[in-house]
Design a protein around this ligand. Structure first.
Ligand code: FES
Length: 84
């Protein structure tokens, strides 16, 4: 059984200005398009203190660094799309 899923995006100035502004919108669209808005708690954080490895996104207990518009979809798919 799945426990409640949670996505945390760093919205600190370093991560935000280096790409999480765009990643934020991509995640919002992804949750909407995949009908996941109700089952995933999506929240912002001010600084996860990994600025030099940012932009940072956390999914549950897993931290992703160097997140960009080019890799966020595959990160989300790995967590939330079932492979057969
Ligand atoms: S601003 Fe994102 S880790 Fe510091």
């Amino acid at each position: 059984m799945n426990s409640k899923n949670e996505i945390t995006i760093c919205l600190g100035s370093s991560c935000y200005s280096r790409g999480n502004d765009v990643t934020l919108e991509i995640i919002k669209d992804y949750l909407r398009e995949n009908s996941l808005k109700e089952s995933i708690f999506f929240k912002g954080h001010l600084c996860i203190e990994l600025c030099n490895k940012g932009p940072v996104v956390k999914i549950n207990d897993q931290t992703y660094t160097n997140v960009s518009k080019d890799n966020i979809i595959s990160i989300l798919d790995n967590h939330f799309k079932k492979t057969v």
